[in-house]
Design a protein around this ligand. Structure first.
Ligand code: CP
Ligand code: NVA
Length: 323
């Protein structure tokens, strides 16, 4: 059985992996979002380092492996584990034996003996799947070259805080058809919103994700004309023009391809009056979006960053069988 089909046998520990949105049932994703909203409200007045009123864990350990840089994912998972009553270990892939050739399966078999869950940010998606196939504890996708499901869970939560239920709404992605756009396409099918991706043909998202979303009945469209793409949108979304590790082209060439897709105040004016602006961060002001948009009244980018914390705590609670 293969992890990417979501068909791995149940973990002996009773836990569950969080590998991609398509490997989790839609009603389970909804349960995680609703739990995150409730848990966020329950600790609204507590200091950030204080334990949750409903303490989920008693010292459970999360290992986090980073083969790429991170600010939000690293800090939000670490703070989240503390609030839940657990602890975390931050491991740099380069400083582990993994960095000098120890296999992913052996790394998983060793970590099984030390920790209760593993989060991994890696380049090749197959490393995540190999980790899951060999781990007896839940494995969480903290971003790969293919996808970033934790980010999109935070985006759905943030959208709903500002715009109400996401089902039936219209969202527009602009720019590179990258890992984050792939998870957005899965979310469109699973949460039932319409998604238009405005990208140049050279930077289309992977057909694998597009076909999966459409096969599930997802309303996902690719549109070359960015002005058309944002018409009627309840949210406009941008991401960096260069994802981590992307050395496929020069800055000048990427700029030439993506400059027409930059999110400007003029473009935001073509969307719905109440539209919000989303960006997973880190941002490059003046490239994928102007400073005016990033810092403008429609931007909810720091709510989005905060919600990484709340939603990931609920993902961990789900993985470890608390919800
Ligand atoms: N959005 C996001 O995943 O940020 P980091 O790369 O800082 O973790
Ligand atoms: N697409 C970006 C997301 C960063 C959180 C990247 O992979 O670098």
């Amino acid at each position: 059985m293969k992890a990417h089909d979501g068909l791995l046998p149940p973990l002996k520990s009773g836990g569950r992996h969080f590998l991609d949105l398509h490997s989790v049932a839609a009603e389970e994703l909804r349960k995680i979002i609703d739990d995150a909203k409730a848990q966020k409200a329950a600790r609204a007045h507590l200091p950030k380092g204080a334990a949750d009123p409903d303490l989920s864990f008693q010292g459970e350990l999360l290992a986090m492996i980073f083969e790429k840089p991170s600010t939000r994912t690293r800090v939000s998972f670490d703070v989240g584990m503390r609030q839940l009553g657990g602890q975390s270990l931050v491991l740099s892939g380069q400083d582990m034996q993994l960095g000098r050739g120890e296999s992913v399966p052996d790394t998983a078999l060793v970590l099984n003996r030390y920790v209760d869950a593993i989060m991994i940010r890696t380049n090749e998606h197959k490393n995540l799947l190999e980790m899951a196939e060999n781990a007896e504890v839940p494995v969480i996708n903290g971003l790969t070259d293919d996808s970033h499901p934790c980010q999109i869970m935070a985006d759905v939560m943030t959208f709903e805080e500002h715009q109400g239920q996401i089902t039936g709404k219209r969202l527009c992605w602009t720019g590179d058809g990258n890992n984050v756009s792939h998870s957005f396409m899965e979310a469109a099918a699973l949460f039932g919103f319409s998604l238009t991706l405005a990208c140049p043909e050279t930077l289309d998202p992977s057909p694998r994700f597009l076909n999966w979303a459409r096969a599930q009945g997802g309303d996902v469209t690719i549109e070359r004309d960015v002005d058309k793409a944002v018409e009627g949108a309840d949210a406009v979304i941008a991401d960096t023009w260069f994802s981590m590790g992307d050395t496929s082209t020069t800055r000048e060439s990427r700029h030439n391809q993506l400059a027409p897709y930059q999110v400007t105040a003029r473009l935001m004016d073509q969307a719905n009056d109440s539209a919000i602006f989303l960006h997973c961060l880190p941002a490059h002001r003046g490239e994928e979006a102007t400073t005016e948009v990033m810092e403008g009244p429609q931007s909810v980018i720091f709510d989005e960053a905060e919600n990484r914390l709340h939603v990931q705590k609920s993902i961990i609670r789900w993985c470890l069988g608390v919800i």
